[in-house]
Design a protein around this ligand. Structure first.
Ligand code: SF4
Length: 368
């Protein structure tokens, strides 16, 4: 058991599995460790497919039905969990939808909003903050945890590393600003972009980076020009690049990757959904290992913008085919599709490349 401080976003801290079943019917491979495979085979002979080569400790994948649902998913519940308890489930099932990263300061946990329960949390009115969440994540996150302490420290700008405390000071600032409810989400990101640009201007002659951070972040907001609206065409281009990185075996999963081919108009009334998009953006910044690997603070912010814009893109596509659905229903499904793409299907490398390439695009947009 890890004895690390566990932190999460306030909106995620109450997460608990409500048995929505999205993970059990997604059709993806569920690796079964040797002990989990043993239990599965006891309960149901033939329930682990072991053809092929597996990493050490993995005995095979859990069998699926013809509709690609897991063979243990029955009446909305997991038979392994019901018969033997959660300790006996494959670790992938115990961890999902948690995404955990270890840093020197502790364990950070975000969620994949492909899980409908997690997606629903984004709509709550709770104020966004970073909080300790020791109970909810102490068990599951002992598994499948990415150790960011083995990565290089985060970059302020190309060639200039930050200390972990300095980076986490910036990360806290980002979450705090995203949690402020005034204005459109695009204005919020433009303000953060201006902050990032100001911070990236640090040089050793200006004193320590910690002092520079305090001076800028404690002094109040940096000035940001009014952003121009996000472009559905730009978001569509990002979507195509990410989709191109999805392995072919994943493209035909029942979940969510129907190609989007037309440019759409954005859904109306974005101000009504701004807090949801800010929450979603925060979940793609907080604890993200991709943000840690971005070439600058600006490039890291791009992860938030991409998530929000892809959610809008999916919402626009869905709104056209689901006339009569409520805005919340459409947006929740759009967020699920977005996280399926970003968290489970597209290659991290492709997303990181887009973040790093287009960080300057943010700057151009806020000045246009
Ligand atoms: S093993 Fe259980 S929790 Fe895992 S996918 Fe199958 S039914 Fe769902």
């Amino acid at each position: 058991m890890l004895s690390l401080t566990v932190r999460a976003l306030s909106i995620h801290a109450r997460y608990t599995c409500r048995h929505a079943g999205a993970c059990c019917t997604a059709g993806w491979d569920i690796p079964a460790e040797v002990s989990a495979a043993h239990t599965a085979l006891e309960l149901r002979p033939g329930s682990v497919w072991n053809q092929g080569e597996w990493p050490p400790g993995i005995a095979g994948i859990v069998a699926r039905r013809s509709d690609r649902s897991c063979i243990f998913h029955d009446s909305g519940r997991c038979t392994i969990q019901r018969e033997r308890g959660p300790d006996h489930m494959p670790s992938a099932c115990r961890v999902f939808p948690r995404i955990a990263t270890v840093r020197p300061s502790g364990l950070l946990v975000s969620l994949s909003h492909f899980c409908p329960t997690a997606a629903g949390l984004l709509f709550e009115s709770q104020r966004l903050a970073i909080v300790e969440a020791p109970v909810l994540f102490s068990y599951e996150t002992t598994l499948a945890t990415l150790d960011a302490r083995q990565l290089a420290p985060p970059l302020l700008r190309p060639g200039v590393f930050m200390s972990w405390p300095d980076f986490e000071r910036w990360e806290s600032h980002v979450i705090q600003v995203l949690g402020e409810r005034d204005g459109e989400w695009t204005s919020t990101l433009a303000r953060l972009e201006a902050d990032a640009l100001a911070l990236q201007g640090w040089t050793p002659e200006r004193g320590s980076l910690a002092e520079w951070l305090s001076r800028h972040l404690d002094a109040g907001r940096a000035c940001a020009d009014a952003p121009s609206p996000p472009s559905p065409h730009a978001a569509l281009a990002v979507w195509h690049r990410l989709f191109a990185s999805v392995p072919h075996a994943v493209r035909d999963l029942p979940a969510l990757l129907t190609p989007i081919s037309d440019p759409f108009a954005w859904p109306p009334a974005q101000s009504e959904i701004s807090h949801v998009l800010r929450n979603f953006a925060a979940a793609h910044i907080f604890g993200s290992h991709l943000v840690l690997q971005a070439r600058s603070l600006l490039a890291g912010l791009r992860a938030a913008e991409i998530a929000a814009e892809l959610a809008l893109l999916h919402a626009a596509a869905l709104a056209r085919s689901r006339a009569g659905s409520t805005c919340e229903t459409v947006l929740r499904e759009a967020i699920r599709r977005t996280d399926f793409l970003l968290r489970h299907a597209a290659e991290d490398r492709a997303l990181l490349q887009i973040m790093n390439e287009t960080a300057t695009g943010l700057r151009r947009r806020s000045r246009s």
